[in-house]
Design a protein around this ligand. Structure first.
Ligand code: NAD
Ligand code: UDP
Length: 316
C-alpha cells in the first residue's frame, strides 16, 4: 500500500528555511500550503514550484488563521530572524513570536495537527555554558535590544509546552543554530550572506567587533533533514532539541575563508559590535544524534562553495 499524502502548512514558507522546506516536502509528494506575510520572505523563493500540490496563503500569523481543509502538520518558521531586521521592528517581532505562535497552536488544536516550533540558539543568550546543551537555561538580557527575538522565542517554547500539558497538543520544538545557504535574501544582513555579497562585489567586509566571537554554521540541506526527522520522530519525543553544526569558527576565520574562496580584493574593516551580541555559540548535538540519528554532513567549506555559487548567479 502506498503512503497517504499529508497536508502540511509551512508558516514562513517564503523565507530562507521555509522555502527550502516547501521544496523538500513537495519532492516527498506531500501537499504543501505556504503561509507568509512576505515581510522578509520573497515570492522569488517559491514562484518556480510548478506543482498542483502547492498553495500560498498571504497572511500575518499575528491574526487568527482559518483554513477550510484538514491539516496534518504545521511547521512554524514565521519570524523575522535577522538581527538588523528585528532591531528595526522589535514589537512586530515579539508579537509574531508570541501571538503568532498562540494562533498556530490554536489552529493545531482545532485540526488535531502536529506542530513544530522553530526555536533558536538565541534562547541561550550570551551563553555561560559551552557548548550549549538543551538543559542549559541561558543567559538572556530581558530588556536588551535582542530580547524581542530571544524572549519571544522563549515565551513561544513556554506556550508550546503549556498547550501540550493542557490540551495534549502534539508538539515538537527544535532550537536552530546559525544556518546558511541558497534563498537567504541578499540583503538579509546575516553574516554569511553579507560577507559573500561584499566579497563578490569587491566591497569592504564588515567584521563587527574584533571578529573573535564564534558561531557554528549549518548548511541548509542538513537543517531541512533535521527538521523533517524531528517532525517524524517518536510521538513522545517533544524536544527541545538542538539542530546545528558543531564545528565552531571565529567571525574573522569566516571573513578570511570567504575572501580566499571568492579570490576577492575586498578588505576587512572592523565596525562596532552590536549590543548583546553573543561571544560564542556551538551546539551540543548528542540528543539529535541519539533521538533523530541526525548529524550535519556538509562541512563549511563545501557549503560556502555552494552558497557562493548561488549568490554569484543571482548577481549575474
Ligand atoms: P527568513 O526571514 O528568511 O524567513 C522568515 C519568514 O517568516 C519570512 O518569509 C517572513 O516573511 C515570514 N514572516 C515573518 N513574520 C511573519 C508573520 N507575522 N506572519 C507570517 N509570516 C511572517 O528567516 P529564516 O532564516 O528562514 O528563519 C526561519 C525561522 O527559523 C525563524 O523562525 C527563525 O527564528 C528560525 N531560525 C533561523 C536561524 C537561521 O540561522 N537561519 C537560526 C535560528 C532560528
Ligand atoms: N556579523 C559581522 N558582520 C556582519 C554581520 C554579522 O561581523 O556583516 C557578526 C555578528 O556581530 C555576529 C555574527 O557575525 O557576531 C553572526 O551574526 P548573524 O547576524 O549572522 O547571526 P546571530 O548574531 O544571530 O548569530
Amino acid at each position: 500500500m502506498g503512503k497517504t499524502m499529508k497536508t502540511i502548512l509551512v508558516c514562513g514558507g517564503a523565507g530562507f528555511i521555509g522555502s527550502n522546506l516547501c521544496s523538500y516536502l513537495l519532492n516527498k509528494g506531500e501537499k504543501v500550503i505556504c503561509v507568509d506575510n512576505f515581510s522578509t520572505g520573497n515570492m522569488d523563493n517559491i514562484k518556480d514550484f510548478d506543482s498542483p500540490l502547492f498553495n500560498i496563503i498571504k497572511h500575518d500569523i499575528t491574526e487568527p488563521l482559518e483554513v477550510d481543509e484538514s491539516i496534518d502538520e504545521i511547521y512554524n518558521l514565521a519570524s523575522i530572524a535577522s538581527p538588523p531586521h528585528y532591531l528595526k521592528m522589535p514589537i512586530d517581532t515579539l508579537k509574531t513570536n508570541v501571538i503568532g505562535a498562540l494562533n498556530l497552536l490554536e489552529l493545531a488544536c482545532e485540526k488535531d495537527a502536529k506542530i513544530l516550533q522553530s526555536s533558536t540558539s538565541e534562547v541561550y543568550g550570551d551563553p555561560l555554558e559551552h557548548p550549549q546543551k538543551e538543559s542549559y537555561r541561558g543567559n538572556v538580557n530581558p530588556i536588551g535590544v535582542r530580547a524581542c527575538y530571544d524572549e519571544g522565542k522563549r515565551a513561544a517554547e513556554t506556550l508550546f509546552f503549556d498547550f501540550n500539558r493542557t490540551y495534549s497538543t502534539k508538539i515538537k520544538v527544535v532550537r536552530i543554530f546559525n544556518t546558511y545557504g541558497p534563498n537567504m535574501d541578499s540583503y538579509d544582513g546575516r553574516v554569511v550572506s553579507n560577507f559573500i555579497i561584499q566579497s563578490l562585489n569587491g566591497e569592504d567586509i564588515t567584521v563587527y567587533g574584533d571578529g573573535s566571537q564564534t558561531r557554528s554554521f549549518c548548511y541548509i540541506d542538513d537543517m531541512i533533514e533535521g527538521l523533517y526527522r524531528m517532525m517524524n520522530s517518536r510521538e513522545d519525543f517533544l524536544g527541545p532539541v538542538n539542530l546545528g553544526n558543531p564545528e565552531e569558527f571565529t567571525i574573522l576565520d569566516l571573513a578570511q575563508k570567504v575572501i580566499q574562496k571568492t579570490n576577492s580584493e575586498s578588505e576587512i574593516v572592523f565596525c562596532p559590535l552590536p549590543s548583546d551580541d553573543p561571544t560564542k555559540r556551538k551546539p551540543d548535538i548528542s540528543l539529535a544524534r541519539k533521538e533523530l540519528d541526525w548529524e550535519p554532513k556538509i562541512k563549511l567549506d563545501e557549503g560556502l562553495d555552494k552558497t557562493i555559487e548561488y549568490y554569484s548567479n543571482l548577481l549575474k
